[in-house]
Design a protein around this ligand. Structure first.
Ligand code: FMN
Length: 412
């Protein structure tokens, strides 16, 4: 990397719990943050923070990495992953802290032993002594005991997503760790369990500085139906539940962030991760309530050099809109998310532009609608049968279908 990065390429400063972040972008804990060289490159490319690869103590399910990037489906799936031992994590943190000047370093850690809170506290204190700026409690990873339990196994220790959906355990543990260290404790939660908003609120009620979501979901990746007993990963025999990330995940990750934000106060700091690749994705995250944005898969696939383009896009957007900082757009969507029983809907129907219609009949084939027929190789709408659902607009390859909108439908 020889191209010099100018401050203007990355600077969007924010201060949280006494820490000065160059911007609110953090490389999410994962394989792109596991060596000193990687961390140095992350600093050079201007990131605000880097969450070092997870340390689990005692070491628990650490295997050679097995990944697939299914670009057609836009998801990344991993089935096995190497975790740092506690010692490796501490040594990496010590070296990283000496090597960086502006990058904020997170210690992403999980305790998986039998000493409960004491185990978490012991780890956090050692990370603080090793130079971590932030302790990031990993209450999120679905690929530890949660995977084992979900695929019929028995786990010796609950870890990651298995504990992350329990507001009582998460908030109590986090509060105990926060009381024991002098650096801020951030908690990374799981959406598995469906209670992320509640868990986030319980953390904030217990004085936690920032709460975030991993976005990751455990799922079965597409497999070869001629070889169903084999997994999709190379150098791996069996199929297994895999940990999904990447663009496919973004709509779910936006929901996670919205749910956390909707349950907490404007002062609480929320982190979102899941499927962020472009500046527009990051803006959506912020509009759904995120202060911090973590990116993992896109950095794995393209390297830390993606940041300046993202920041540039956001800055240009903010300038166009007259926003002074990201806070001006944060939460913008949140108050407008409307329960489905209170949606404002309009009467209307589809209409065809005969000049554009090529007679392909895709719209006439729609299985849930018989309002469209073909006449003289042109689509025709029977307006009385059209419900205005608009699937035909999305299916038309030449934009020949549009929607006429009439008056509001009165609420029942
Ligand atoms: C291969 C891989 C390893 C990961 N390891 C960790 C980890 O050690 N700790 C953690 O908190 N999250 C981990 N994650 C989750 C990411 O940090 C991130 O939250 C998630 O993948 C969603 O964001 P993305 O779509 O940008 O990857 C990992 C993700 C991947 C793909």
């Amino acid at each position: 990397m020889n191209t010099p990065i100018r401050e203007s390429d990355y600077l969007m400063p924010l201060k949280v719990a006494g820490l000065s972040f160059r911007n609110n972008f953090v490389v999410g804990s994962g394989p792109a943050v596991k060596t000193l060289d990687m961390i140095k490159a992350i600093e050079r490319w201007g990131w605000g923070g880097a969450s070092l690869k997870l340390t689990i103590d005692p070491t628990y399910i650490s295997k050679p990495p097995r990944y697939r990037w299914l670009k057609k489906h836009k998801y990344h799936a991993f089935t096995a992953e190497t975790r740092l031992t506690f010692e490796q994590g501490l040594r990496l943190m010590e070296k990283a802290r000496k090597a960086v000047s502006e990058l904020i370093l997170y210690a992403n850690m999980a305790y998986a032993g039998e000493n409960g809170e004491d185990g978490w506290i012991r780890m956090a204190k050692k990370y603080e002594a090793a130079g971590a700026h932030v302790i990031e409690l990993n209450m999120c990873c679905p690929n530890m005991s949660f995977n084992v339990e979900s695929s019929g196994g028995q786990s010796r220790a609950l870890s990651g997503a298995s504990v992350g959906s329990r507001p009582d355990i998460v908030s109590k543990t986090a509060a105990a760790v926060q009381a024991a260290v002098g650096i801020p404790v951030f908690v990374k939660l799981t959406p598995e369990g469906g209670r992320i908003g509640e868990v986030a609120k319980a953390c904030f009620d217990n004085a936690i500085v920032s709460v975030g979501s991993t976005g990751n979901r455990l799922a079965i990746p597409d497999f070869d139906i001629n070889n169903p007993q084999h997994g999709i990963c190379r150098l791996q025999e069996e199929p297994t539940l895999a940990c999904f990330s990447g663009p496919w995940l973004k709509p779910l990750a936006l929901r996670d962030v919205y749910e956390m934000r909707a349950k907490c106060t404007p002062e609480n700091m929320v982190m979102g991760s899941g499927g962020i690749e472009k500046w527009t994705d990051a803006v959506q995250m912020m509009m759904c309530g995120a202060d911090f944005v973590q990116i993992c898969t896109a950095v794995m696939l393209k390297g830390p050099k993606i940041l300046p383009k993202i920041v540039k896009g956001i800055k240009q957007f903010m300038q166009q809109k007259g926003y002074d900082g990201y806070r001006d757009m944060r939460d913008m969507v949140v108050p407008h998310i409307t329960p489905t029983d209170r949606l404002t809907l309009y009467r209307g129907h589809a209409r065809i532009d005969e000049q554009k219609c090529t007679g392909c009949a895709l719209c006439a084939d729609i299985g849930h609608c018989y309002a469209i027929s073909m006449e003289n190789k042109k689509a025709k709408i029977n307006v009385d049968d059209c419900t205005g659902c608009s699937t035909c607009v999305d299916l038309c390859p030449v934009n020949a279908v549009s929607i006429c909108q009439y008056e509001k439908i009165e609420q029942e």
